[in-house]
Design a protein around this ligand. Structure first.
Ligand code: KDO
Length: 325
């Protein structure tokens, strides 16, 4: 081997060993690129590149391009995925106690959401999640307050006005129950299929926070937003325990801080956006109406009280959540 070739080979080997030394953190999310909870992953990646240079190779997969919506926790448990933002509904499938956060009209606002999940209740829940799902919650984030978004305008005041409306919900028991509690006929569908289903009329509506209605362009194919504010929705930046336990304490601290800062970036922007959205939708020709929210709250709360879902909530948990100020 010539000296030149030897150097080349050595150079390649050192590049390869450098690459091998980096911890790969694969991210999978159904979020669309324009959404804050998609952009936040880049914020996390850029912070880690600064605080732990060359230690992590964060690979961000948006639009459910790596795993389909809801398949992330199983992929993480199998060791095929390291990072994701998991919904309360997906956690509740395995940790039934968590279903309290899937119920309408319990969490009051983003501040309440943050305090519940970063306080004692959040710590207890995160312990259960780690034990039963083999994932570690790094940071809660605010997805937004969910509203009903209809293809055709309708005078909606109370849940009975949604009777017969085919309302798309993500596909799990907890989501479908919420749709039913709102008075509609829930239809399960993956997030990525909602735009076309609204366009072609296979569904009559969907529910999502206003910033999502904008980023996923649902406003292009719908005529009305009914401000039911039925779920102050949180999702949870999480890492597989396999990946988490392989990190040094110092790396764990850096990953956690980067996740918290990414969640903060999402929350600040999303809250600001949410406040400005009504004007935007009106400018796009949608009607934005306010129903009798008290009637929706009462119907939804009664439905949960009577359901199997609330039977899984530990005694006193609802009161403790309500008491968080
Ligand atoms: C949705 O499918 O309606 C939903 O809002 C549910 C959330 O839990 C979350 O999965 C979200 O989609 C995606 O992150 C896309 O915004």
């Amino acid at each position: 081997m010539t000296l030149h070739r030897l150097f080349l080979a050595l150079g390649l080997t050192s590049v390869m060993s450098l690459a091998a030394a980096q911890t790969v953190l694969r991210v999978s999310t159904p979020a669309v690129p324009d959404d804050w909870h998609a952009k936040m992953w880049t914020v996390m990646k850029e912070e880690l590149d600064k605080t732990a240079p060359k230690q992590f190779d964060m690979q961000i997969n948006l639009n459910a391009s790596l795993f389909k919506q809801g398949a992330e926790p199983a992929a993480m448990a199998r060791g095929n995925l390291e990072l994701s933002a998991i919904s309360a509904q997906d956690i509740a499938k395995i940790v039934p106690e968590f279903s309290i956060f899937t119920a309408g009209y319990i969490i009051r606002d983003p501040d309440h959401l943050h305090k519940v999940h970063t306080g004692a209740i959040g710590t207890e829940m995160a312990k259960l999640v780690s034990e039963k799902m083999d994932v570690t919650i790094l940071a809660p984030l605010y997805l937004g307050t969910r509203q009903v978004n209809l293809r055709e305008a309708k005078n909606v005041k109370t849940p009975s006005d949604l009777k017969g409306i085919k309302l798309r919900m993500p596909g799990s028991k907890e989501w479908l129950f919420l749709g039913e509690a709102l008075g509609a006929t829930p239809t399960p569908l993956a997030f990525g299929e909602v735009y076309l289903a609204l366009k072609t009329g296979t569904i009559d509506g969907q529910d999502n926070p206003l910033p999502t209605v904008k980023s996923a362009k649902f406003y292009e194919v719908t005529k009305q937003i009914v401000m039911t504010s039925h779920l102050v929705d949180g999702i949870f930046i999480s890492i597989s325990n396999k990946a988490w336990n392989a990190l040094s304490k110092e790396q764990q601290a850096k990953v956690k801080t980067a996740a918290i800062n990414a969640a903060k970036y999402n929350d600040v922007n999303r809250i600001k956006d949410e406040a400005e959205m009504v004007t935007f939708f009106k400018s796009q020709g949608l009607s934005v109406t306010t129903p009798d929210v008290a009637a929706f709250r009462s119907a939804v709360q009664t439905a949960y009280q009577k359901s199997d879902i609330s039977q899984t909530w530990p005694k006193g948990l609802l009161e403790r959540v309500n008491a968080v100020k």
